[in-house]
Design a protein around this ligand. Structure first.
Ligand code: ADA
Length: 569
């Protein structure tokens, strides 16, 4: 289960979450020895999870095999994986049925004819890196391995809808919507099949389309255009959602949508025509007990904390978060920045120009757009973070991804976080100028900030992009939970609170800045490659510690963000 609602009522879905047989493959011999025909030795683990939480595997990087038996009364089956770190290969009864690259994105594999009876599903997950990996080995988070999100098997019958995008424009009256659905349809039968598919929004049938497909054919069809009147907008203060049901006699796909408009105009960021200031945090979807297999109950708690601080925005740094988390954001009215894990600090220039990397990154953007398209909370697609944006390779990558996302990403802005704006040659590819900068922590004290802001304004003017607002995508300071000091020294909670307080107020007062995303929401376990700059093996810039206990900065942020919020009322 990866959503906060049932995606199917008519379609038969069997959850495969729970106990699986598991074996780490430390010598990488599993494939040669045919482990897909049955694991020679195994222990029981619970899926979803990361293997690093199993004893003896805290630092394990390599391949891991998972196996589970299930029963079906036969037919066309679709195996759905919420996310597997990082490369997955899948077998059904010893026969390979497909593979997937990319750790934080869902994928599904269809097997057209499966006999009735018991079957064995085997997954080999591999979380190693090479020069073509996204991310590359050096990242400031931990390289967890395993099946990190839910797994299910769906039985497909006749014409089925695999995915849907609601494409719409909101008219200037902000109450009328013109739209249509783009439906990815598949024929699960071994004969040609025809069916009328109906699309409902709430209780209203808005569109119908007749689909005819050859045996096991798949295509994307567009429903006729419809108009909806008196629409209740989705907004941060009133996150109105509508249920969507796409169905025919035997199949259905249920989703939720919200109608809103996001744009940059008159140099300001606007949501539904009104200027909005983003009061944000960066959050890793990572927990000390669960790694990337972040439980839904804890997601809700994180959102409660963010709202308590007065946040209205979260950056899903640095990879697509689980669908359930974004569902919560849709429900609670928090804006989201969703990005793929191209983390520049560890990305050498040659990797940016590597054709496999470029294609893998593009495919990750395609999948992110495909699976997250209908979430109203997502207002930014993030292309990458802190890459070598002063190089030609950085420019070419940015251009490729920007053009793809502008064309295919729906009503959203495209952004990336730059840590070198004075030499960056890609800034034209950000609808908003997003800066990561750490004065007060790295590269000198907080007194440098005003000078930096002046230089940034001059640079943006020179590039002719000063009509776009600025967002601070990252800033902050490290603090060890519980370390207080009257001298306000580095690593103390007091020092962190001071830096954040200074930055938030400075950005809030600046006419060109439309938002701040503090680095970071909670402390996170990091990789060995980050070395001695990361006390305890953690990135300690959380305003909460890893167990979500507040540091002093929590109350500073709460006081700032809540007072900014009051000003906009
Ligand atoms: C970068 C990076 C973050 C984190 C941060 C830090 O800006 O994008 O992931 O590593 O630095 O803590 O230094």
């Amino acid at each position: 289960m990866n959503r906060l609602f049932d995606e199917h009522i008519k379609r038969e879905v069997l959850s495969l979450d729970g106990a699986w047989r598991f074996a780490p493959d430390k010598d990488d011999i599993g494939e040669a020895q045919g482990w897909f025909n049955g694991l020679p030795e195994y222990e029981t683990v619970i899926v979803p999870s990361v293997w690093n939480m199993e004893s003896g595997l805290y630092e394990y990087e390599g391949a891991g095999w998972y196996e589970k038996s299930f029963f079906t009364n036969g037919g066309c089956l679709r195996f759905c994986f919420g996310a597997v770190m990082t490369e997955a290969k899948v077998w059904l009864d010893g026969v390979c049925i497909g593979s997937h690259y990319g750790g934080f994105l869902e994928f599904s594999l269809i097997v057209p004819e499966v006999s009735a009876g018991y079957h064995r599903l085997t997954v080999r997950a591999d979380n190693r890196f090479d020069e073509h990996s996204i991310p590359q080995r050096v990242v400031d988070w931990y390289h967890f391995g395993g099946i990190i999100r839910g797994v299910s098997v769906e039985k497909l019958c006749g014409i089925t809808v695999l995915s849907n995008h609601l494409e719409y424009t909101l008219c200037d009256d902000l109450t009328t919507v013109n739209g249509h659905f783009a439906l990815e349809v598949y024929n699960a039968d071994s004969a040609e099949c025809s069916s009328v598919i109906t699309a409902r929004i709430g209780d209203d049938t808005v569109s119908e389309v007749t689909v005819t497909l050859p045996p096991h054919g798949c295509e994307t069809v567009t429903t006729p255009e419809f108009t909806l009147k008196d629409v209740q907008l989705w907004d941060v203060s009133a996150p109105n959602l509508y249920d969507v049901t796409i169905e025919n006699e035997t199949d259905d796909l249920i989703d939720r949508v919200g109608f809103r408009r996001v744009e940059v105009s008159d140099g300001e960021l606007k949501l539904n025509g009104k200027t909005i200031e983003l009061r944000g945090v960066n959050r890793h979807e990572e927990h000390p007990d669960f790694g990337f297999a972040f439980p839904m109950s804890r997601m809700k708690h994180d959102i409660d904390l963010a709202l308590d601080m007065g946040c209205n925005a979260i950056r899903g740094s640095h990879y697509p978060n689980s669908q359930a988390f974004v569902d919560f954001l849709d429900e609670r009215g928090i804006l989201f920045w969703s990005e793929i894990p191209i983390w520049g600090g560890g990305f050498p220039e040659e990797a940016l120009a590597d054709s496999t990397v470029l294609e893998r990154g593009l495919e990750m953007h395609r999948e992110m757009v495909k699976y997250y398209y209908n979430h109203p909370s997502i207002i930014f697609w993030g292309m990458h973070n802190e890459i070598r944006s002063e190089t030609t390779a950085g420019y070419e990558m940015s251009k490729l991804y920007y053009e793809y996302l502008k064309q295919n990403g729906g009503n959203r802005l495209v952004v990336y976080a730059s840590d070198k704006p004075m030499t960056d040659i890609c800034l034209e590819f950000g609808d908003v100028t997003c800066i990561n900068m750490y004065y007060g922590w790295y590269r000198g004290g907080i007194e440098i900030w005003p000078k930096f802001l002046d230089e940034l304004s001059a640079r943006r003017k020179e590039l002719g992009i000063n009509d776009r607002p600025i967002i601070f995508g990252e800033f902050g300071a490290g603090a060890i939970y519980g370390f207080r000091d009257t001298e306000c020294v580095k690593w103390s909670e007091d020092y962190q609170a001071k830096v954040i307080d200074y930055c938030l107020n400075l950005f809030h007062e600046h006419p060109d800045v439309c938002g701040s995303f503090i680095w970071q929401f909670a402390d996170t376990r990091t990789s060995d490659e980050m070395g001695y700059t990361r006390a305890r093996g953690f990135n300690n810039k959380g305003i909460l510690n890893e167990n979500r206990r507040p540091k002093a900065a929590y109350y500073t942020v709460k006081s700032c963000y809540r007072s900014f919020m009051e000003e906009t009322k």
